[in-house]
Design a protein around this ligand. Sequence first.
Ligand code: SF4
Length: 333
Amino acid sequence: MDNLVEIKGLTIEFPMRAGTLKAVNQADFSIPRGQITALVGESGSGKSTLASAVMRAVTSPGRIAAGTIRFDGEDILALSRKQLQAYKWEKASMVFQAAQNALNPVVRIKDQIIETYRAHRSSASEKQIVDKARDLMDYVRLEPDRVLQAFPYELSGGMKQRVMIAFSLLLDPQLVILDEPTTALDVITQAYIFDILVKIHKEMDITMLLLTHDIGVVAKAADRVGVMYAGNIVEAGSVYDMFKRPKHPYTAKLMKAVPSLYDDLSERKAIPGSPPDLLRMPPGCPFAPRCEHAFDACRKASPSRVVWPGGHEASCHLHPDSQTVSIAEVRTS
Ligand code: SF4
């Protein structure tokens, strides 16, 4: 598989008074080029922290304690400040949760776009930038004349979110990361924005990483999915494999638990219990206290990752190591 991003052994820690919190624990994860990859999990599972690391934007006191992140083969953890400035926005951009609040309320959208663009390409003329901005506003189905002249407070939440999506495309990145891009919007606007994102992905050939809790959106939009639980990637694979043949009990429960824009709410069933306290992780498998299949080994040792041909992988003692094939074998298949 041709991966644009490859993450290996990534551990992100937050030192706290009560101990060290591992928000991401030895994560291996890849984002295939030209696809939409979704990362799902409950709040606090670590998906936003992992995505922030791809943008080299883990906030203090958090720190990357171990692991590597490669973008198109380049180690982004080793980038200099100057290289990092070129990486962000021009190679990878991110629309953060509630990103609309990132807009300066007292500066017109047009002026914010010009300022961002010139921070990277200082020689661009105003006409070049405005022409580009107009195209992008069209793309996200906003009226360029009205929106570019507007102040953020004159726009609705859905419009501001579409402005932020346009911002993320401004410098033609290869990868766009979207963290819960429709949170706090009404369901009609959510569906509308997801349609726009799929169109952007297809027509602009942009690789996307979508962080979402909406399993229905994953089924509709994504090609590949990773599932996070308590800082661990517990399963990853194609959308088809994950929905038809989930290998990890948490994935199977999650698929049936989370309400979606696109399906029947009466079939939803909550997962009993709650995720573990990341400062007091149980020994063994982190899902063991909530897992109906747990047995002795689950409470003693962390399960190792098992990889099936085709790239479907899961960490669960229900799957013995004898089924494991090497990662190299999978990547070349
Ligand atoms: Fe359940 Fe054990 Fe698998 Fe964890 S390792 S998900 S506790 S069966």
